[in-house]
Write a protein that binds this ligand. Structure first.
Ligand SMILES: [Ca+2]
Ligand SMILES: [Ca+2]
Ligand SMILES: [Ca+2]
Length: 160
């Protein structure tokens, strides 16, 4: 699993295509140039739709899984939705393992009891449409296994 992003609202097909191209190993040129001559692939307009000059909507959570070690998967969205590997920050059999991802490092889940847990936060309380994107390589998906779940428990955790 790698490069997980959660957006409020549904992205359009062209926005999804833009995201997909960012995940490729090599992007030849840029998709377009905005009116201020800044290329659409520049970091300063990372979340803008190419050619669109309206306000860009960044994801509410973004986990790149490039830490390569440790117990925390940091959220780079600015909303602080950091994930903990397994139930807590101690090493345990419920921790996914760091591996080579689609971009940089990623996380490998054993399909048995591994997960990343994200504490409840207002930024993850999305009531209408939602877009979840990322890179997944599945060996198997069985009953009760899931890629991402919002649990209605004591603290509405998000589990990857
Ligand atoms: Ca990564
Ligand atoms: Ca742990
Ligand atoms: Ca395990």
């Amino acid at each position: 699993m790698d490069e997980i992003k959660i957006y409020r609202g549904a992205l359009t097909a062209s926005e999804v295509l833009t995201e997909f191209n960012r995940g490729s190993a090599l992007v030849m040129g840029t998709l377009s140039t905005s009116t201020n001559s800044r290329t659409a692939e520049s970091a300063s307009s990372e979340y803008c739709i190419p050619g669109d000059t309206s306000t860009c909507d960044p994801p509410v959570a973004r986990w790149d899984f490039n830490e390569k070690s440790g117990q925390t998967a940091y959220d780079s969205s600015g909303n602080g939705n950091n994930g903990t590997l397994g139930a807590n920050s101690s090493a345990g059999s419920d921790d996914p393992s760091w591996t080579i991802g689609k971009k940089g490092a990623g996380l490998s889940f054993d399909g048995s009891n591994d997960y990343v847990i994200v504490s409840d936060s207002n930024s993850l309380d999305i009531t209408n449409s939602i877009t979840i994107m990322g890179w997944f390589k599945l060996n198997l998906l069985q009953n009760y296994q899931h890629i991402l779940a919002k649990r209605q428990g004591t603290n509405c955790q998000l589990r990857l």
